[in-house]
Design a protein around this ligand. Structure first.
Ligand code: B16
Ligand code: MG
Length: 217
């Protein structure tokens, strides 16, 4: 039986990838190279420092560890500026309805996001009212695909991993959920997310039946 749903944030409940993209693109431009939307796909679900390393690799740029920290900080200050202007309208289609269905059932709700800025996003979009707990990038040591973030969520919820279902839009996140011993529903393109137990394109029209798995949970 499913006792808790754990949601990734960026790409599942909201589309902050757009703002990450604008901020990374601005940083690349300052360093004199272009960063495309296709390049940005590689950063989804990946930690901030790892994202920077991928960006520097694309621009074929070498910098010291100290400069890396400064660059990551600069990108983050722009990103925070963008997300500070977010509001409820940026919750992805169908999400509010599905979270309301869960609230009316006995199923607990958590967000597990690699982002160190998850709190601001949740506050600005009003998603906080649905949540029992939040685990974000400030509370973990090991980024997805390590299962740490989901195991921490299960522990804080007081629900065993086998009774948790994770909703994820990234391959790293799906691997993390499977490694935690949880069922995983991919949100997005089924060709890309085939590793998940099932895939939905988005939350439009999704009801509690999505939590039925053949052979049980
Ligand atoms: P920050 P998620 C992830 O959020 C994003 O998908 C990823 O692109 C980003 O680099 C990471 O958070 C860290 O974000 O720089 O705000 O700490 O998908 O795990 O909700
Ligand atoms: Mg994500």
């Amino acid at each position: 039986v499913v006792k808790a749903c754990i949601f990734d944030l960026d790409g599942v409940l909201v589309d902050t990838a757009r703002y990450h993209y604008l901020a990374w693109k601005r940083l690349a431009k300052e360093m004199g190279f272009d960063f495309t939307e296709e390049d940005n796909e590689r950063l989804k679900g990946v930690s901030r420092m790892r994202s920077l390393e991928i960006l520097l690799d694309i621009g074929k740029i070498n910098v010291s560890e100290k400069q890396k920290l400064e660059l990551a900080e600069r990108k983050n200050s722009w990103y925070v500026e963008y997300i500070s202007k977010m509001n409820e309208s940026e919750i992805l289609p169908g999400v509010n309805d599905f979270l309301n269905l869960l609230r009316k059932s006995d199923i607990k709700i958590a967000v597990a996001s690699a982002s160190k800025n998850a709190k601001i996003i949740i506050e600005k979009t009003g998603l906080g009212k649905y949540l029992d707990i939040l685990v974000d990038g400030t509370q973990i040591q090991n980024a997805k695909p390590d299962p740490e973030i989901f195991l921490k969520a299960s522990q804080l919820l007081g629900v065993k991993p086998e009774n948790c279902v994770v909703f994820e839009d990234s391959i790293a996140g799906i691997k993390a959920a499977k490694a935690a011993g949880m069922k995983c529903i991919g949100v997005g393109d089924s060709e890309k997310l085939w590793m998940a137990d099932k895939v939905i394109p988005d939350f439009l029209g999704v009801d509690l039946k999505v939590l039925d798995f053949e052979g049980g949970v």
